[in-house]
Design a protein around this ligand. Structure first.
Ligand code: GAR
Length: 198
């Protein structure tokens, strides 16, 4: 039987992509990573994908903006780029571009996003920093991370899995970032495999 196909979208370091690639290698995730897309040329995740022998595509929004083309056009073309890979699951792993319904409607119930905060908290960029600051102000006692189905609203949508991440009084921001990324790597691998075997 053919293994399910994963397409992974990244914009940066790709440590979560690496966790998925390692899990595939270890057999913890039973799937084929068929494409990694980055909207940033220098994203280190592209190197990780190439090292693992996974096809890559660099697909930036900037030329669209430069040519006065809409986000919807970009999203439609991104969907066309991905479609031939016939993904069973599309994983946004540090993908920093908000996808509209134009893209999402092409892959219903197939696009999941990882976010370093609990549902309803710290949507958008710098979520770990904002949680850290909120903790310092006494507003929260812990933070967390989640995997959710993607909707046009940023970092929101039906939750697939979540994990609490403690914040310690002695934590530097870097300490919290390290703990968060460890939690994310585990959560993402488990969530992907769960969804693929449902
Ligand atoms: C991760 O912490 C991910 O949750 C976050 O970007 C980081 C990517 O790290 N995503 C968001 O903030 C989405 N709003 P990585 O490139 O090392 O996987």
């Amino acid at each position: 039987m053919a293994l399910p196909r994963l397409v992974i979208l990244i914009s940066g370091s790709g440590s979560n992509l690496q966790a998925v690639l390692d899990a595939v290698e270890a057999g913890t995730i039973t799937a084929v990573p068929s494409l990694v897309v980055s909207n940033r040329k220098k994203a280190y995740g592209l190197v990780r994908a190439e090292t693992a022998g996974v096809p890559t595509a660099y697909f930036p929004f900037k030329p669209y903006r430069g040519a006065g083309k809409s986000r919807e056009q970009y999203d439609a073309d991104l969907a066309e780029l991905i479609r031939p890979y016939q993904p069973d699951l599309i994983v946004l792993a540090g993908w920093m571009h908000i996808l509209s319904a134009t893209f999402l409607n092409c892959f219903p119930h197939k696009v999941i996003n990882l976010h370093p905060a609990l549902p309803g908290q710290f949507a958008g960029t710098h979520a770990i920093q904002r949680a850290y600051d909120a903790y310092q102000r006494g507003e929260i006692a812990h933070t967390g991370c989640m995997v959710h189905f993607t909707i046009p609203e940023v970092d929101a949508g039906p939750v697939v899995a979540q994990a609490e991440v403690p914040i310690l009084p002695t934590d530097s921001l870097a300490d919290l970032e390290t703990r968060m990324h460890q939690a994310e790597h585990q959560l993402l691998v488990t969530a992907v495999q769960d969804l693929l075997t449902k």
